[in-house]
Write a protein that binds this ligand. Structure first.
Ligand code: FE2
Length: 181
């Protein structure tokens, strides 16, 4: 789904979203395209007490948080992790080829709005093996889950990540509106 326009009044309120299964956590998304411009963006929305899969790509993507409370973890391959707490109006930039992963530890859906490089410049390298650029839940570093559950525990919350997601690499999320046709 692509939202085409010149002015996007409130990304914290936009609810015309479509299911997006590729990155896990039962997420939904919308693409944003500015009229007569090479500017592109997309926004993802995902539910509390869940987290997305880690992924990486090229430079030049800026992330703005329209709403929600959580954190992201970023790291270069083989390097040290950086934890970035975020809330409404936070801004951060995953460096070139650093893995990044988003966690919702709040009580409401979290939104992140990613501004891409202008069309014509690419943040993807098509030659790179896609499987090397996304980390599925069953093979992620156990620290990821431990840290997430510890962060939730500090808030008196528990994870809603299904155990099956950690066991089955082909695990598919049930979407709330799946029966709507
Ligand atoms: Fe990304």
């Amino acid at each position: 789904m692509l939202w085409y326009g010149n002015f996007f009044p409130d990304m914290a309120a936009w609810d015309r979203l479509e299911e997006s299964s590729a990155r896990g956590a039962g997420g939904e998304r919308v693409g944003v395209q500015f009229v007569n411009s090479s500017m592109r963006a997309h926004m993802s929305v995902f539910a509390p007490r869940l987290y997305k899969k880690a992924h990486r790509h090229g430079p030049g993507v800026m992330i703005v948080i329209p709403s929600g409370e959580g954190y992201s973890v970023m790291w270069p391959e083989g390097g040290e992790r950086v934890v970035i707490p975020w809330h409404e109006a936070s801004v951060f930039v995953p460096p070139n080829r650093w893995f990044h992963q988003h966690f919702n530890v709040g009580g409401e859906p979290a939104r992140y709005l990613a501004f891409h490089l202008p069309r014509g410049l690419t943040d993807r390298n098509e030659q790179v093996d896609r499987s090397a650029d996304q980390i599925e839940y069953p093979v992620e570093d156990p620290w990821i889950r431990r840290h997430f559950e510890a962060q939730l525990a500090q808030r008196g919350l528990t994870t809603l990540m299904p155990e099956a997601a950690y066991q089955d690499p082909d695990f598919r999320w049930a979407f709330a509106d799946e029966d709507d046709g």
